[in-house]
Write a protein that binds this ligand. Structure first.
Ligand code: SAJ
Length: 418
């Protein structure tokens, strides 16, 4: 078996993971076709433009397209390898919605000629990669799939979960170690050949279910640790203790490293993935479920504190700084900041709420519906506010001229002005 990949790769899903993956492969000389159902995304990429903000990605996309190594289309092509990087959201009962994965499989299946590698990158509950292999078998009974037994299958199927941190994707995509889980060990080896093209980290070959679970465990680990910090901050509010000072002191212990409290946990990963473990073992995943509940409740706690503060004023103006789910990015998905602002807007319809978000030029739909919420520049929002609520630790807020805050009540959920 050759150990260097050479062939065409189709990346299905040009989102926060698929597009950077397509770019790192293309800039290393691989012919990459990016596929997306969204025609706006396809048009942007085909013209070498970026459909979302991520440091260093713009130059990669325009370079790869200019070199002719990256193209974009809505039609899944024939290729030697397929990387599936589509969303896996959760259903109201917290089980995974695999409809986008199924759709990708349906588009790939008719293109298979034998000899291809199909890698699922989307974060998925244990058993999904095997399910993908079964779906291919159902759609292409003429082909041998790896779950059908040992021997050389016609199509190799593996899971290689993405682990990159939004804001550092282009660095971590290349430097992080990768877990590559095959339906068989041969599948893992074939999939690893693709990642060897650009990955400078270690490639950890394993079985598909262990790879699926390892990814979920990584994000659940972080969720549980953030929940610990968030619980401390709620306790601190009740006991009138400065949680930042308490954590700073405790973290001087050589084996203590408490994370940072915030308004809650957002994004499309940590707020979602632990539920897949809860879904797989509902009676056993007690700590993981409780951590999710603590982090999900945090925006409501923040809103309650601000509403209590506002009740001490006559006609106050509240400035809310930040809507993104974390610092220095434009991603508003599952953002606790948006949830806090929405709760305030609902509870205080007469109160003027000035929102500042340097990474947005309009309010998201659910906030735009509130007549009392306006998007403003940071300086003007803070200037006319009685209460200033920090929801995101963007650098722009950290470097705000402190004299602007004189005489105002501050509720800093991120500890930026300590
Ligand atoms: N947060 C806190 N306090 C902290 C750290 C984070 O409140 O001390 C909040 C953030 O503000 C944000 C949320 O948690 O709302 C998640 O942010 P994050 O930076 O911890 O993680 P993500 O969601 O941007 O990316 C995570 C990463 N996973 C881990 O660090 C284990 C990333 O490596 C994964 O690739 C990504 O999920 C993913 O796609 O699964």
């Amino acid at each position: 078996m050759s150990d260097s990949f050479d062939g065409r790769v189709a990346v299905i899903g040009l989102g926060y993971i698929g597009l950077p993956t397509a770019v790192v492969l293309a800039t290393r000389g691989i012919d990459v076709v990016g596929v997306d159902v969204n025609t706006g995304t396809v048009e942007a990429v085909a013209q070498g433009r970026l459909p979302f903000v991520e440091p260093d990605l713009a130059v990669g996309v325009s370079g790869a397209v200019a070199m002719g190594k990256l193209t974009a289309t809505t039609e899944t092509p024939e290729a030697e390898a397929y990387i599936i990087a589509v969303p896996t959201p959760f259903n109201p009962d917290h089980t995974a919605d695999l409809s986008f994965v199924r759709m990708a499989v349906e588009q790939i299946a008719p293109k298979l000629r034998g000899g291809e590698v199909v890698v699922l990158e989307s974060t998925s509950p244990p058993g999904t990669t095997a399910q993908v292999s079964e779906w291919f078998a159902e759609l292409r009974p003429d082909l041998t799939l790896p779950h059908e037994g040992e021997g050389v299958p016609d199509v190799h199927v593996a899971h290689c979960p993405e682990r990159v941190l939004p804001g550092r994707i282009m660095i971590e995509m290349v430097t992080n170690d990768r877990v590559v889980g095959g339906i068989t060990s041969r599948c893992a080896k074939k999939a690893a050949e693709i990642y060897r093209v650009f990955c400078q980290g270690e490639l950890l070959l394993t079985d598909a279910a262990s790879a699926e679970m390892a990814k979920l465990v990584e994000n659940a680990y972080r969720d549980v640790n953030i929940a610990f910090a968030n619980e401390l901050s709620v306790i601190g509010d009740q006991l009138h203790l400065d949680v930042w000072e308490v954590i700073r002191l405790a973290n001087h212990h050589p084996r203590v490293n408490i994370l940072t409290p915030g308004p809650g946990v957002g994004g499309h990963c940590i707020a979602v993935d632990p539920w897949f473990i809860v879904g797989a073992a509902p009676n056993l995943a007690r700590l993981i479920r409780t951590a999710r509940e603590i982090n999900d409740h945090k925006p409501h706690h923040v809103a309650e504190q601000v509403i209590n503060t506002a009740s001490r004023f006559r006609n106050p103006t509240i400035a809310c700084l930040g809507m993104a789910y974390k610092a220095n990015i434009d991603d508003l998905r599952e953002s606790p900041a948006v949830e806090v602002i929405e709760t305030l807007a609902d509870a205080l319809p007469e109160v003027d709420i000035a929102v500042a978000e340097p990474y947005a030029n309009k309010l998201p739909g659910k906030l735009a519906q509130h007549a009392n919420v306006t998007l403003e520049r940071t300086g003007s929002a803070v200037d006319r506010a009685d209460i200033v609520v920090v929801l995101v630790d963007h650098d722009q807020f950290r470097s705000l001229n402190r004299s602007l805050l004189a005489g105002k009540v501050l509720y800093d959920t991120r500890g930026v002005w300590r």
